[in-house]
Design a protein. Structure first.
Length: 157
């Protein structure tokens, strides 16, 4: 009987200690480390709303970046709208993740709607309340462009 009780207690304490270590790891990675990175981060702060535009051929698109930032890591949402009556797709909503490196913001975007197939990337030079750069995207409007590159500009709102 003593051996059975010892085995049960050993298994129980092993499972309990694994759960405590796992919970501690999750708390450290999701709460303590991001808090610490924000406190010691001395780089540029981009968090907030940025309005801008891009042009594909003759079609001009208004764009909005809503950036969330933790240290040099960024994430958020990108919305692109066209008021061109000939555009097949008038609005695109995307999510993005990226990093800030040496005065540049580099982001990778994916469309929110799983029925649309679009993705892309931007490299933006950070200036005083302004970002300019290039993007490359898979064209969602099914125009003559399959993959396009264009200049983009954003200003802090």
């Amino acid at each position: 009987m003593e051996i059975g009780v010892s085995i049960i207690i050993g298994v129980f304490t092993g499972v309990l200690s694994a759960m405590i270590i796992g919970a501690t790891n999750i708390i450290y990675k999701n709460m303590i480390l991001p808090w610490f990175q924000v406190k010691v981060y001395k780089g540029v702060l981009l968090e907030g709303c940025w309005n801008g535009f891009m042009q594909i051929g003759a079609v001009k698109w208004g764009m909005k970046l809503v950036i969330k930032q933790k240290g040099s890591k960024v994430s958020g949402e990108l919305t692109a709208k066209s008021n061109n009556p000939d555009a097949q797709k008038k609005e695109t909503d995307m999510t993005f993740e990226g990093n800030i490196y040496d005065g540049y913001l580099i982001i990778s975007c994916v469309v929110k709607d799983p029925r649309d197939i679009s993705f892309g990337a931007m490299i933006l030079r950070i200036k005083n309340k302004r970002m300019t750069g290039r993007q490359i995207f898979r064209d969602l409007s099914e125009s003559k462009y399959d993959v396009f590159g264009s200049n983009v500009e954003f200003e802090y709102d």
